[in-house]
Structures are given as C-alpha cells and as structure tokens.
Design a protein around this ligand. Structure first.
Ligand code: 5GP
Ligand code: ZN
Length: 116
C-alpha cells in the first residue's frame, strides 16, 4: 500500500531523499528534518498506516518491531545510560502532522514531563 501523496511513503520508496539510519523489508528509520533533540530519528513501517487508531490487531508484530528498532538505535547512539523518549502522536490534538505512523526517538537532552 503506497499512498501517492504521502511524504513518508515517498521516503520509504526512496522517491525523496532522507538520511536513512536503518532499513529492512518492513521498517525504515531516518533523521528528522527538523530535529527537536541532538538525536531525533523517525521509525516508520514501510507500509502505509495513517495513525494509531487505524492499527489492526494483526499489526501487533509490526508495531513491536518499530519499538525494538527504536531500542536498538537508542543503544547504538549510546543513550541507554542517559535515557531517551519515544513519542507516537495520534491525530491532530496530539500534534500529528504526517499521517503515516512514525515513532519519534529523541535523546541527548532532558525532556519535561508532562509534555505541553
Ligand atoms: P508528527 O508531528 O506528525 O508526529 O511528526 C512529523 C515529523 O516529521 C516532524 O518532526 C517533522 O520534522 C518530520 N518531517 C516532516 N517532513 C519531513 C521530511 O520530508 N523528511 C524528514 N526527514 N522529516 C520530516
Ligand atoms: Zn504513507
């Protein structure tokens, strides 16, 4: 499922460039174009899923894989001791701007809680 007008589908299909840090057959991770922390990566499924409320039960493995990919990338970037934040925004009130599911992996600074 490739949505013609979806920017992250285009990134997954390498139709527009991005700084890819990990890729396999199902998942891709790349640097956020407007980083909000010293490390700011986006982890996406290659298949188009708009948002959390659209995830099917059968997507459980894929969603788990996104988290495991973020875990591995955090470890690779030396963040295990200091910590990091994984963010998954669902729809407009949460601030979702790109409607293709993505985990934000943020690290390298302290974050406030609760978020604004
Ligand atoms: P959201 O607000 O939907 O949770 O996050 C969307 C994120 O995608 C933002 O942090 C934004 O900077 C990033 N982003 C938007 N367009 C692009 C792009 O074309 N390339 C990359 N690498 N990141 C993008
Ligand atoms: Zn998409």
């Amino acid at each position: 499922m490739n949505q013609a007008d979806c920017i992250f589908c285009k990134i997954a299909g390498k139709k527009i460039p991005s700084k890819i840090v990990f890729e396999d057959d199902e998942v891709m991770a790349f640097e956020d174009i407007n980083p909000k922390a010293p490390l700011h990566l986006l982890v996406i499924p290659k298949r188009h899923i708009e948002k959390v409320s659209d995830i099917a039960d059968s997507d459980a493995g894929l969603m788990g894989k996104l988290v495991l990919t973020a875990r591995d990338l955090a470890r690779k970037n030396g963040l295990n001791d200091s910590g990091y934040r994984i963010v998954l925004n669902c729809n407009r009130d949460a601030g979702q701007e790109v409607f293709h599911i993505h985990l934000h992996l943020l690290g390298g600074r302290k974050f406030t809680w609760p978020p604004g």
